[in-house]
Write a protein that binds this ligand. Structure first.
Ligand SMILES: *Cc1c(COP(=O)(O)O)cnc(C)c1O
Length: 426
């Protein structure tokens, strides 16, 4: 690759090829096999571990199981199926997230109900969650079928408060920890608080299997059920007999080999993300008008998957009067896949001009950055879905920017990035 500094890139440990070679040598080039089992065992041990690496003795953790899948999105989808979500049901979902948290609700013909964030962690606001539950029960006479809470940019949500409300109304909780692998709340790994926990091993996440995900399940029986749906829902007859609709969502033994290699550097990756965060926090503390998003309290321990800043609306950035005058070709950051070309330079809700000017200046300097995720309740595709909002995610979207993070970003890079940012301020 060239000298550009990217948001977050996969970084190999060197161990991956050993596991992949083993898969070829033993002819396990299929979506089951020793690497899949080994990777699931590694994941299970990690999610049960305390900060000192020892297995924690929380009663609720005992018996948790992990299923390796083809994507984090598949994990969200299967968690909802396991919780019995059906067409016509409502599912509460954090609005401030990536679309993969809520698209599977639509795959099932159910309706997402979006809940806004609190300003400290940027994740689901517990007070608003309760309002949403009461509001839906009043309106429809039925309880939402599940709650999907997200650990945005790796930052843990106020999960104790959210879980208390979920338990009060007896609604199961799914934690979308796709961005929060290795983050902790009160020392406990995110993804282990709810009924199900979603992990992603896409190329840009904390660790990668080239593409993949996992679902943390409450027990062995739940794992068996998830594996049944992940492998085409086959009944045990000598011939193919199907009584349910299944999916082809299992992780391959080759991808799991990459995952096993990646598990050997997981702790090092998390430490590097945190080290960069501490450096960014220190450097931005000197710059008026820019706020670095840090752990808001001692019980919250982010993996800092992506480091994020907010720019005060009154902060003036060079070139801000020309922001949004040229159309973007493809997706910002050259995301994989096909993007529709934009029909205009503006939408009805977009980041402030100073944020866009800063993004362009960084881009010109060879530094990839990206606005915060646009809340789902503001997305045209989700127009008309019920939403309970307080303005927090919308205002954050207008002022925020994600900065390069992860193992390929050195401390010199981070210092350089902050210098470039400083130079752009008028
Ligand atoms: C990346 C991501 C997912 C989906 O994971 P994939 O492995 O890419 O399918 C789900 N939710 C959030 C919040 C994500 O960032």
């Amino acid at each position: 690759m060239n000298n550009r500094i990217y948001l977050c890139l996969a970084h190999m440990s060197g161990q991956e090829q050993k596991y992949i070679k083993e898969a070829f040598d033993t002819n396990w080039v299929v979506p089951l096999g020793p690497n899949v089992n080994g990777f699931e065992e590694d994941l299970k041990q990690f999610v049960e571990s305390g900060t000192d690496g020892n297995i924690m003795d929380w009663a609720t953790l005992q018996g948790k199981e992990v299923v390796a899948l083809s994507a984090g999105t598949a994990a969200v989808h299967l968690s909802l199926i396991a919780l019995g979500v059906q067409a016509g049901d409502e599912v509460i979902c954090q609005s401030f997230t990536f679309c993969a948290s809520c698209n599977p609700i639509k795959y099932l013909g159910a309706t997402p109900v979006f809940v806004d964030s609190e300003p400290e962690t940027w994740n689901m606001d517990p007070t608003l969650l309760e309002e949403a539950i009461k509001g839906r029960m009043e309106k429809t006479g039925r309880k939402p079928k599940a709650i999907v809470v997200v650990y945005l940019y790796g930052m843990p949500a106020k999960i104790d408060d959210i879980r208390a409300i979920a338990q009060k109304y007896d609604i199961p909780l799914v934690e979308d920890a796709a961005e929060g692998f290795g983050s902790r709340y009160k020392g406990r790994v995110c993804g282990t608080f709810g009924e199900y926990g979603v992990l992603s091993f896409n190329g840009n996440k904390m660790i990668t299997t080239s593409g993949g995900g996992a679902l943390i399940c409450p027990d062995k029986e739940a794992k068996q059920n998830v594996m049944f749906y992940a492998t085409q829902a086959r009944e045990s007859y000598p011939y193919y007999q199907h009584e349910q609709i299944g999916y082809n969502y299992r992780m391959s033994n080759i991808c799991a080999g990459i995952g096993r290699g990646q598990m050997t550097v997981l702790d090092a990756h998390i430490n590097h993300h945190k080290k960069l965060a501490a450096l960014y926090a220190q450097l931005f503390a000197e710059i008026p008008g820019i706020t670095f998003h840090s752990n808001p309290s001692a019980e919250i321990d982010s993996n800092y998957w992506l480091n994020t800043i907010t720019l005060a609306p009154e902060l003036h950035v060079k070139g801000e009067e020309k922001a949004y005058t040229t159309r973007i070709q493809g997706a910002v950051g050259g995301a994989a896949g096909v993007t529709h070309s934009a029909s205009s330079t503006h939408t009805d809700c977009e980041p402030n001009n100073n944020v866009e000017a800063m993004r362009i200046a960084l881009d010109v300097a060879g530094i990839e950055s990206r606005p915060l995720w646009k809340p789902m309740h503001l997305q045209p595709v989700y127009k008309g879905c019920p939403s309970y909002v307080n303005g927090v995610s919308e205002s954050l979207f207008k002022v925020g920017l994600c900065l390069p993070s992860g193992p390929y970003v050195s401390e010199e890079d981070a210092t350089h990035i902050v210098t470039v940012i400083k130079q752009q301020i008028k």
